[in-house]
Design a protein around this ligand. Sequence first.
Ligand code: SF4
Ligand code: SF4
Length: 121
Amino acid sequence: MAWLTGYPREKVDWFPTIDPDKCVKCGMCMNCGNAVFDWTETGPTVARPYKCVVGCMTCANLCLGNCITFPSLEELRTLYKKEGIWAKVKRQLEAEGKLDARLKTEELSPAPDQSGGKDHA
Ligand code: SF4
Ligand code: SF4
């Protein structure tokens, strides 16, 4: 997965949590392309948390009940910096021919004003 470049998915604290008391059972979360959720008699459950795309929050953004939450985005970015994942991802993309290797990245760590994290596709 290019977002992680071989870093173990199970070591990344990133997956949705549903507040069942607020869930209005609109079904929107079942659109997840990675089948993270199962639909049960009582509503959705997070059946396969580590299938969630790291950094994605689409289901939370579109949840009618506004009841899906994620771990700290700042902690996720800190992990990426600590483990050098940004640099590894860039090297992989260059190797795949998706980036021009001659173009240098000034800094492969988060700038102080980028902590809001709006870079997921
Ligand atoms: S999108 Fe939100 S409100 Fe709708 S079923 Fe899923 S968890 Fe419940
Ligand atoms: S954040 Fe994205 S990948 Fe993760 S469960 Fe929600 S829709 Fe699926």
